[in-house]
Design a protein around this ligand. Structure first.
Ligand code: IDP
Ligand code: MG
Length: 141
C-alpha cells in the first residue's frame, strides 16, 4: 500500500489551464497515473476531505476555495509515493517551497497552492477511496 498517493490539482490551477502542464511535471518525475478524473467537490465533500483541519482559522476559506471550481483528482504510483510526491509539490506555503517544486512554480498563496498530496499511506488509501471506485483504479499501470 506504500506505492501510491492521491493528488488533487486545485481550482486555482485548473482554472488557469495548468492541468496538462502539472500532469506532465508529475509523469516526468516518474509517477504513473493509475486513476484520473475532472470533478468537483460539494461543500459537504470538502468539509469531509479536510475534516482534520476543522476548527482551524483557515478551514472555512479552504472549503469555499476547494468548492469554487473543478478539480483534477488522480492516484499516482511510484516507490515511496507519499514522500516522493510531497517532495515534488513542495511546502504548503509557496514562499517556503523549494525551487522547481510544483507549488513554487504554480501556487498563488498558501491557500491557493495549486495541488494536494496525501500526507501518509493511511490517508492516501482513505483519499483514494473518497474519489475513486475500485473499477476506476488501474494498479497495473
Ligand atoms: P498540505 O496541503 O501541504 O498538506 P495542510 O496543512 O494539510 O497542507 O493544509 C491543507 C490545505 O489548507 C493547504 O494545502 C492549503 O490550501 C490550506 N492551508 C493550510 N494552512 C493554511 C494557512 O495558514 N492559511 C490559508 N490556507 C491554509
Ligand atoms: Mg495536508
Amino acid at each position: 500500500m506504500s506505492n501510491f498517493t492521491l493528488t488533487m490539482i486545485k481550482p486555482d490551477a485548473v482554472s488557469k489551464g495548468l492541468t496538462g502542464t502539472i500532469l506532465k511535471d508529475i509523469t516526468e518525475a516518474g509517477f504513473s497515473i493509475i486513476a484520473l478524473k475532472l470533478t468537483s467537490l460539494t461543500l459537504a465533500d470538502a468539509q469531509r476531505f479536510y475534516s482534520v483541519h476543522q476548527g482551524k482559522p483557515f478551514f472555512e476559506d479552504l472549503v469555499n476555495f476547494m468548492t469554487s471550481g473543478p478539480i483534477i483528482a488522480a492516484v499516482l504510483k511510484k516507490e515511496n509515493a507519499v514522500e516522493n510526491f510531497r517532495k515534488l509539490i513542495g511546502a504548503t506555503n509557496p514562499d517556503q517551497a523549494e525551487e522547481g517544486t510544483i507549488r513554487k512554480k504554480y501556487a498563488e498563496s498558501t491557500q491557493r497552492n495549486a495541488i494536494h498530496g496525501s500526507d501518509s499511506d493511511e490517508n492516501a488509501a482513505i483519499e483514494t477511496h473518497f474519489h475513486f471506485a475500485e473499477r476506476e483504479i488501474f494498479s497495473f499501470l
